[in-house]
Design a protein around this ligand. Structure first.
Ligand code: ADP
Ligand code: MG
Length: 592
């Protein structure tokens, strides 16, 4: 249970501010995360790591000489937003290119991926190496689908040491890929973890049992087992990892026993002693091991074992010195502090001349966003609980952070008379930025796409609504690449789009088309209960998810129902032809 906070919504930000205040000799705060506060030689590759908060010392605690250059820090268990990653990487860049490295989770992949595109487009050469060490999350022949847990440390450490040694981006990337390929982890949980402000843990383990194959975001384990003795536990972890060893493994291994939050160090050491004996008995030599808290999951009671099979080159970089707030090895000469440039003023100049029709539609869009916020707020808990079944339990709070920011940005722009294009692009950017997570990236880009489709026109016709729905849908399928049947929000989104387009093609009014489409989305969301998740965080726990609908599909259904009801009500505009959008579409000059 997390007890020290003023407002749970500010927990991650305030904890990061305090971390920086306690470690100014190492790190400085930048918009979106932290960057080394010490000199980085010109031309050095910048290693930018990151992920959600709640995993200390991952990720900010690993920023320092010989390890990461910077860390993008998302909200509790939620990926940082693309804008954050971008700004942190810009602050970290020393002219040698950027390597982004992070655990393989859908939300992180979307946000870091968007940041990478933007950095490359600006001429900052940027590559990505995903960490995929968790053997419980997919079989070996699908290693690229595995998620990243404590193996983050081996990949970051070796890439960071290689960058520090002055290797070029190609070489740092190559070593990071090889380290990841030779790293395996497996974790167990004895009890779940609780998000700040939540009154129940994200999952719990039956008394006298342990859960094998946990995730580090409160995703429950893959299977429950009676609690073993320490010797049995050591044997289980070692034998599972050895059975999964890479080709050409060799006999020298790094072993990391990682505590997830509330297991005592004495217990970790006790287990480590047994693990070391087993590894030695298996003919392996344990090289410079680690035992302690390295990648945690808030107050989760649990631990993991990571093995990295070394070769000569990897061993050299694993053994190299590093000096960060939470990870120190060997001796490094003290570094001079560096001056960090202040944040760039990126606010675009407001040169827009909104047409009356577009400003009118902008006000309607802002009112719709306020409705979306209200319906999400009403269902926060239900959405979180659904996501906790096989995901990480943050769908409610993530959506809420997103819609709160989107509705505020929408309102601010609409009241200043902005076009619908500007209202929706500002709202979408705010959504993605504040929410993080998979759904934040998808909803943010979709709202932006709808805004761009509506543009700033002299007048609007019914066909424009269809174009906006199509653009909204395409943004989500292009970015997330989910197929129908993967058990994601796409399973509700496509039936919504199809019903909407069919109704508008046959001349239905906006309100009628929306009502039918929302009903189709809700029914499709309900039917996702029969599916196994093939994308996103719930995939490793597919069996647990059976019988329960997909949280992203459910929230999509709820939101579309609310919008349909709102538009049908005429939104308080007496005499409006069924809806204010229809009114705006029919008369470009009409105001509220
Ligand atoms: P996270 O998974 O990062 O914790 P959320 O919990 O907010 O993010 O959102 C989870 C939802 O995101 C899932 O229920 C699913 O509907 C949706 N989702 C996950 N991956 C994809 C994808 N590739 N395409 C479309 N939707 C996805
Ligand atoms: Mg989630």
């Amino acid at each position: 249970m997390t007890q020290i906070f003023d407002n749970p919504a500010d927990f991650a930000d305030e904890a990061l501010d305090g971390f920086v205040a306690a470690n100014r000799g190492y790190v400085a705060r930048v918009d979106g995360g932290v960057v080394r506060s010490t000199e980085v030689p010109a031309g050095q590759v910048a290693l930018v790591i990151g992920g959600g908060s709640g995993h200390y010392p991952a990720f900010a605690g690993l920023v320092g000489a010989g390890l990461a250059t910077a860390s993008a820090c998302g909200n509790m268990f939620a990926s940082p937003a693309a804008g954050q990653v971008y700004r942190v990487a810009k602050a970290a860049n020393a002219g040698g290119g950027v390597l982004l490295s992070y655990g393989n989770y859908a939300g992180d992949v979307l946000h870091f991926g968007q940041a990478q595109l933007r950095l490359n487009a600006e001429g900052i050469e940027t590559r990505t190496v995903l960490v995929t060490d968790d053997i419980a999350s997919a079989p070996l022949d699908q290693i690229e689908k595995r998620r990243g847990i404590a193996g983050d440390l081996t990949v970051f450490k070796i890439a960071g040491a290689a960058a520090e040694a002055g290797l070029c981006l190609d070489d740092v990337e190559r070593l990071a890929i090889r380290t990841n390929y030779r790293t395996r982890s497996l974790g167990v949980a004895f009890d779940g973890c609780t998000l700040p402000g939540a009154d129940a843990p994200l999952f719990s383990v039956p008394a006298g049992h342990m859960s094998l194959g946990l995730g580090i975001h409160g995703e429950p384990g893959i299977s429950d087992h009676p609690m073993p003795t320490a010797s049995e536990l050591a044997d289980l972890l070692v034998s599972r990892l050895l059975a999964d060893k890479p080709d050409d493994a060799g006999t020298r291994v790094v072993a990391i026993v990682n505590g997830l939050g509330t297991v005592k160090y004495d217990e970790l050491f006790l287990l480590f002693g047994k693990i070391e004996k087993l590894l030695t008995a298996a003919g392996l030599t344990v090289v410079e091991p680690e035992c302690g808290e390295l990648v945690t999951s808030l107050d989760m009671s649990g631990l993991s074992l990571t093995l990295l099979w070394l070769d000569d080159e990897l061993e050299q970089y694993w053994a190299a010195p590093a000096d960060t707030p939470a990870f120190r090895k060997g001796n490094l000469a003290p570094r001079a502090r560096r001056e960090l440039a202040g944040p760039e003023d990126t606010a675009a100049e407001n040169t827009e001349q909104a047409t009356a029709a577009s400003a009118d539609l902008g006000r309607l869009a802002a009112a719709v966003l306020a409705q979306v916020r209200d319906v999400v707020v009403e269902h926060v808990e239900e959405l979180g609980n659904l996501d906790a079944i096989a995901g990480d339990g943050d769908h409610g709070i993530g959506m809420r952070r997103g819609v709160d920011a989107a509705a505020a940005a929408g309102e601010q722009n609409a009241s200043a008379g902005a076009s619908v294009e500007r209202v929706l692009t500002a709202a979408g950017e705010a959504w993605s930025e504040r929410a993080g997570g998979t759904s934040g990236a998808l909803w943010g880009s979709a709202v932006i796409a709808a805004g761009l489709a509506l543009g700033n026109r002299e007048s609007y016709r019914a066909a424009d609504a269809a174009a906006a729905v199509t653009a909204f849908t395409d943004a989500i399928t292009e970015l997330g690449k989910a197929e129908p049947g993967d058990k994601t929000m796409v399973d509700a989104l496509l039936p919504f789009r199809d019903a909407f387009l069919e109704a508008s093609d046959s001349g239905a009014c906006l309100s009628g088309a929306l009502t039918g489409a929302a009903a189709a989305a809700t029914e499709a969301a309900r039917q996702t209960a029969d599916l196994r998740p093939l994308k996103g965080r719930a995939r490793p726990l597919a069996e647990k998810s059976l019988g329960h609908p997909d949280p992203g599909a459910v929230s999509f259904g709820l939101i579309t129902e609310r919008i349909a009801t709102y538009i049908e009500s005429g939104a308080g505009t007496p005499g409006a032809d069924n809806s204010r959008l229809a009114a705006a579409a029919g008369n470009g000059a009409k105001n509220d």
